[in-house]
Write a protein that binds this ligand. Structure first.
Ligand code: URA
Length: 435
């Protein structure tokens, strides 16, 4: 089986056999047998020709099996995780993980770092002093047993084929392919040893998928391929035209998450976190229907049980739990300034992508995987679309360290919003759902 024959078959629109897919994935994981240009050529052929559901399901399983797959059978309780395709101000993991765990779900959450204009859960957690996102496997298991929640980074032995292939896709223009995205996301989730997965597939300016139709196509593929690999998957399509919640930036997002667990969160963030946590409870088999799951999650929120789980999780992973009550223990930027409304009226739009890029430019995100992040900087949306504002009042509060970076970020923020005479119609939080 020569690589060139496999490439030719896909180039001509054929269907690859399981053995051909295995050969490709083995080569990606080990670096042997195929040249990098041959891996890239097959990626491009898949990008142009697509894959059948059966090919995608096999690719996903082969990529998961290219590395370590956790077996959590000895830890009691249903294991369910959530994955978001990424958005600006999307800190729901920090809220729904504790809420779902408070309802009895075991949540073995392995996340990535932020790249580009969307933030990553690990970077947010690392703004809590002492918080360790790299636990040994025995420590991770202990966290799951003791707290019901562990939030860690993907180790290098998880889906190594994906590491090679994702890096190649990034530089060969082959990222935006539904079968390749599906296999990339689900291979890493299958490696967590979970039985259920809730997907938040975002659509809009600030999302990976720009239109609801593209997001739906990805969501359907994720549900189909996850199910074919033995996972219970539920996908929620949500809008990402404006930032979620008000805070964008690592420590700022931790504060907003904790406030949400204390019951003081903004409505969009609270509602989405509750919805996704309820879907996790449902997939875990801990509620008879969506209404009961919703009631259980709201009870965990209002009783403070979710906050308590987050506090224990922080403690268990070496973080300073006092930071959840005393925010001065979190990193803070040395300076703030306001971006103000040029006229009075209602904020009529706020482009999530621009706010996300501004936060990245301030130092809160990374342009390349090897960049570091500044946990303190970011943007607080003092007004969101639909809210009234007077000329000269703040729309954004910018938390910054470097004036040079601020100068680059300001034009993005100034052009990211509009003020109109009337409020815009409220956008729906959920665009659709696939189960
Ligand atoms: N996230 C992933 O993990 N993989 C992709 O291919 C795209 C988004």
């Amino acid at each position: 089986m020569r690589p060139v024959d496999i490439i030719r078959r896909k180039r001509d629109g054929g269907e690859l056999t399981p053995a051909e897919i295995d050969a490709f994935v083995r080569a990606a994981a080990t670096g042997e047998g195929w040249a990098t240009y041959q891996l890239s050529a097959l990626l491009m052929a898949v990008f142009l020709r697509g894959m059948t559901p059966a090919e995608t399901a096999h690719l996903t399983r082969a990529m998961a099996d290219s590395g370590k797959v956790l077996d959590l059978a000895d830890i009691p309780g249903p294991k369910v995780d959530k994955h978001s395709t990424g958005g600006v101000g999307d800190k729901t993991s920090l809220i729904l993980g504790p809420l779902a765990a408070a309802c009895g779900v075991v949540v073995p959450m392995m996340s990535g770092r932020g790249l580009g204009h969307t933030g990553g859960t690990l970077d947010k957690l690392e703004s809590i002093p002492g918080f360790r996102v790299h636990l040994r496997e025995d420590e991770f298991r202990e966290a799951l047993r003791a707290v019901g929640l562990g939030m860690i980074g993907q180790t290098s032995d998880v889906a190594p084929a994906d590491k090679t292939l994702y890096a190649l896709r990034d530089v060969t223009g082959t990222v935006e392919s539904v079968p390749l995205i599906t296999a990339s996301i689900l291979s890493k989730k299958l490696a967590e040893g979970i039985s259920g997965l809730v997907m938040d597939v975002k659509a809009g300016h600030g999302a990976f998928m720009k239109t609801p139709a593209a997001a739906r196509e990805l969501a359907e593929s994720l549900v189909r391929v996850g199910t074919a690999n033995g996972l219970r998957v539920s996908a929620v399509l949500t809008g990402m035209d404006t930032p979620l919640g008000r805070n964008v930036g690592n420590a700022l997002e931790v504060i907003e998450s904790v406030e949400t667990l204390k019951g003081n969160g903004p409505p969009d963030l609270t509602e989405l976190s509750v919805l996704l946590a309820a879907r996790m409870v449902r997939l875990a088999g801990l509620a008879a229907d969506d209404a009961e799951a919703d009631r259980r999650v709201r009870a965990a929120l209002s009783s403070g049980a979710g906050l308590e789980v987050f506090r224990r999780c922080v403690e268990q992973q070496g973080g300073d739990p006092r930071a959840l009550d005393d925010y001065t223990r979190l990193p803070a930027a040395p300076r703030t300034m306001h971006v103000v409304a040029p006229r009075s009226g209602y904020v009529s739009e706020m482009t999530a992508g621009a706010v996300g890029v501004a936060a990245m430019v301030l130092g809160g995100g990374r342009e390349r995987a090897e960049d570091g992040v500044d946990h303190a900087v970011g943007v607080v949306c003092r007004r969101k679309p639909g809210e009234p504002v007077r000329a000269g009042e703040a729309v954004y509060e910018v938390h910054y360290r470097s004036t040079v970076r601020l100068i680059d970020a300001l034009p993005l923020l100034e052009e990211s919003f509009a003020v109109a005479d009337a409020p815009p119609p409220a956008p729906p939080l959920v665009l659709g759902e696939i189960t």
